[in-house]
Design a protein around this ligand. Structure first.
Ligand SMILES: NC(=O)c1ccc[n+]([C@@H]2O[C@H](COP(=O)([O-])OP(=O)(O)OC[C@H]3O[C@@H](n4cnc5c(N)ncnc54)[C@H](O)[C@@H]3O)[C@@H](O)[C@H]2O)c1
Length: 316
């Protein structure tokens, strides 16, 4: 199989690339390294890496024409500067439209997308959130340029008529993850800087559990449409912090400070994974402690020089 992966130098994209190469597939990655790392990808005879932006329509068309992918995994996204709406729009909407139109023209079998659970807005009407939940409940736009642009892209993907699966994700974490609380905790704790945690809760999904379902989708499992990839239970961010302290084998003098969340943040996001459990015969299996340990080991080995967030106040 030939698989084109946008954002393939990022956390999810590069881990998927490794898995597909190990399976004997051919992979073409397009990445502009906005938040991805060059050292996330190891040279391989079946891997071609193109440096550039998916907002560049000519480049996208050239990649499709030369590589001739069977399937596409669209993992590229812009989010690192919440005030840069132009970049978010260029990558997340125009980039997605370029990918979708090229994919249609190429007659690919399936396109896989990773959607943020912020598509449900900051005040979900139910917990856990089911797939019937309307987008952007409460008349509020989702609180960020990232959420708005990612949702517009998802709508274009559906509009295209392509066979697609949009995986709406819980907080993914694991080796190479540089966004969200974990890399920030790691950096601050190892630099002996004071830490605090927000009074929020999140459902965390380890990369291996996420990839297991993506690999099944690439093998043809699952029906066209939307799926939640989540464990179905949430943890307080403080629990994540405590597990990080434990994985680092640290003894702190006092309990970490818990702060109220910022206005563009959401208290809990609990996605109902029932349809995914059923259609993919899948469920998460990595305990939080095990996943955090393996993530911390990667941070220790490769370092964390930068962390990213789509939130305006991440407390740094
Ligand atoms: N990690 C999560 O918890 C999570 C949750 C929900 C959705 N997602 C989605 O999953 C996908 C992968 O996220 P991730 O966590 O691996 O993030 P990431 O930042 O590690 O990966 C995104 C990749 O896209 C690349 N990129 C950005 N703009 C680009 C452009 N214009 N052209 C080409 N490449 C570009 C970046 O350099 C990076 O390598 C994204 O679409 C994200 O919105 C992630």
């Amino acid at each position: 199989m030939k698989i084109l992966i946008t954002g393939g130098a990022g956390f999810i994209g590069s881990n998927l690339t490794d898995k597909l190469l190990a399976q004997g597939e051919q992979v073409l990655v397009i990445d502009n390294y906005a938040t991805g790392r060059r050292d996330n990808l190891t040279p391989h005879k079946n891997l071609k890496v193109v440096e550039g932006s998916i907002a560049d329509q000519r480049l996208v068309q050239k990649c499709f024409a030369e590589f001739g992918p069977d399937q596409v995994v669209h993992a590229a996204a812009a989010y690192k500067d919440p005030d840069n709406w132009v970049e978010d729009t260029m990558t997340n909407i125009l980039g997605a439209v370029n990918i979708v139109t090229a994919a249609k023209k190429a007659g690919i079998k399936r396109l896989i997308y990773f959607q943020t659970s912020l598509c449900y807005g900051l005040k979900p009407l139910e917990q856990p959130i089911t797939l019937k939940h309307p987008l952007y409940s409460g008349g509020y736009s989702g609180g960020s340029s990232y959420a708005i642009s990612k949702t517009a892209a998802e709508l274009y993907i559906e509009l295209s008529g392509l066979d697609f699966i949009s995986f709406r994700l819980a907080n993914a974490y694991g080796p190479r993850n540089l966004s969200g609380p974990l890399p920030t905790f790691y950096t601050r704790l190892t630099n002996k800087k004071p830490c605090f945690v927000m009074d929020t809760r999140r459902d965390f999904i380890f990369i291996e559990d996420l990839l297991a379902v993506v690999i099944k989708a690439l093998a043809g499992r699952g029906e066209k449409g939307y799926y939640h990839v989540s464990s179905g239970s949430d943890y307080a961010i403080k629990e994540l912090f405590d597990a990080t302290v434990k994985a680092l084998d640290l003894k702190l003098e006092k309990e970490v400070e818990v702060r109220p969340r910022s206005q563009d943040d959401v208290f809990t996001i609990l996605l109902d994974p029932a349809k995914t459990n059923r259609d993919f015969d899948w469920q998460t299996s990595t305990p939080l402690e095990t996943g955090i340990k393996s993530t911390i080991e990667w941070y220790k080995k490769y370092g964390v020089s930068q962390t990213f967030t789509h939130l305006k106040q991440d407390g740094k």
